[in-house]
Design a protein around this ligand. Structure first.
Ligand code: 5AD
Ligand code: SF4
Length: 433
């Protein structure tokens, strides 16, 4: 057996893709290995979302290349950067394979041809490919929680975003294969699945909506927790929120990227909602699921953003009181609408300053959110030993908060009840009850 090493960057979708790639390769005489040194092929499954993600990966490729000094090794670039940079990556002379997100079925033949000394590139995007029939080889994260890809691509045209160009048009995966995969996960001991798509609310497979799919997966087993990501504020429907409220095993957490609190900026970003619409959706979620956690993504310093726009973002954060947030400053991506139409005119120092302001605010909001949980009892799914001390276990609440408690009885995959005694900004410190 030849050995392949894959490093995964970017979103959860990429993790799911790497698991599909391992499955495809394992049927063609490749086995997975954990270190570059023993690999016959070294690959990076890459991310293009921001410039610093790409720079980091380009630096890493140089380290891969060093391996070639002592032995033959095939170097492959997969995923979003492969799709965005195409031939430019081959032209560096550093890589042997460039393969976009819809071409992974061809990897065995690309590897074979590259081994004969011919660099290979395939960056064709597909309108149909969902890898529906491929059973992923799980990358063991904790043996408890698995990702299931339910759709690929994206039909939104957010002006800052490269994803529609790197992952192509949106397509939904056969619902029955999704349910089968969830059953299979449960049978293998997984107790949590996260359904993944760029915009899960627009899932539609032969008339089955996302709300219906969510119910189908929730019915696989009451002991299988269901999460999903990512929701779009424009598209999240009452039916989805009602379905979440109906099934106790659908976790009470929604990741709802807002991107900005200013209507003027939202319009320039081509987000198809307003601040008022976003707040109405949050109110609806809290009306139907009072304890639902809400997290978000935000971009500081988008083109033409004024101090007033930035203040609108801060006030929206304060108003919603997010439980968690992923916060970035704007990074212009070549080829996007914003790159073509708007100057990237907020200086980097100012972007950083605004970002830091959002981060400090969110740190306070996260702490406040955790403080509200002190004294409460939660059902937690055990993920394993805590990183800090080995007498402690850790696991998450349905609201996606990390809990730590002392426990010598339970193991990964068990459900336990804990009481929150104290907290930090990142963790609930609990006691087993
Ligand atoms: N610059 C900065 N952040 C971005 N994101 C997407 N595109 C960009 C960009 N060009 C952020 C958005 C998205 C998250 C996955 O990454 O907040 O929700
Ligand atoms: Fe995921 Fe977007 Fe990065 Fe591609 S560019 S890996 S879709 S986060």
């Amino acid at each position: 057996m030849k050995k392949v090493y894959i490093e995964t960057y970017g979103c959860q979708m990429n993790v799911a893709d790497t698991e599909i790639i391992f499955s495809i390769l394992s049927r063609h005489g490749w086995e997975r290995c954990e270190s570059i040194e023993e690999a016959d092929a070294v690959m990076a499954n890459t991310c293009s979302i921001r410039d610093n993600a790409e720079q980091r990966i380009l630096g890493r490729i140089d380290q891969f290349v060093l391996q070639r000094q002592s032995r033959p090794v095939i170097i492959g670039i997969l995923g979003c950067m492969a799709e965005r940079m195409k031939e430019k990556l081959l032209d560096t002379g550093k890589v042997d394979i460039v393969a976009g997100p819809d071409t992974y079925r061809r990897l065995p033949e690309l590897l074979e041809a590259a081994a004969d000394g011919h660099p290979q590139i395939d960056v064709m995007l597909s309108r149909e490919e969902t890898y529906a029939d491929i059973a992923p080889v799980r990358i063991d994260r904790n043996g408890v929680s698995a990702f299931i890809s339910i759709m690929r691509g994206c039909n939104n045209v957010c002006s800052y975003c490269v994803v529609p160009y790197t992952r192509g048009a949106e397509r939904s995966r056969d619902a029955h294969t999704i349910v089968r995969e969830a059953c299979d996960c449960f049978a293998k001991g997984y107790r949590e699945v996260t359904l993944l798509g760029q915009n899960v609310d627009s899932y539609n497979w032969e008339g089955i909506s996302f709300a219906q799919l969510l119910a189908m997966v929730a019915e696989v087993n009451p002991l299988l927790r269901v999460r999903f990501s990512t929701s779009n504020p424009q598209d999240i429907s009452d039916a989805v929120i009602q379905t979440m409220a109906r099934y106790p095993n659908i976790c009470h957490h929604i990741h709802l990227p807002v991107q900005s609190g200013s209507d003027r900026i939202l319009e320039k970003m081509r987000r198809r909602y307003t601040r008022a619409w976003y707040l109405e959706r949050v109110a609806k979620i809290r009306e139907l699921i009072p304890d639902c956690a809400i997290s978000t993504d935000v971009i500081a310093g988008f083109c033409s953003e004024t101090l007033e726009d930035h203040a609108d973002t801060l006030s929206l954060f304060e108003q919603v009181g997010f439980d968690a947030a992923y916060m970035f400053y704007y990074s212009e991506r070549p080829g996007t609408l914003a790159a073509r139409k708007y100057p990237d005119d907020v200086p980097i120092e100012e972007k950083t300053r605004r970002l830091n302001e959002i981060i400090s605010l969110q740190n306070r909001l996260s702490l406040e959110s955790n403080r509200r949980d002190v004294g409460k009892v939660f059902e937690v799914l055990v993920e394993g030993p805590s990183k800090k001390t080995d007498r402690d276990l850790c696991g998450r609440t349905g609201t996606n908060k990390m809990c730590v408690w002392t426990d010598s009885v339970h193991k990964s995959g068990d459900y336990v009840k804990v009481k929150v005694l104290d907290c930090t900004q990142a963790t609930l410190l609990c006691q087993l009850i």
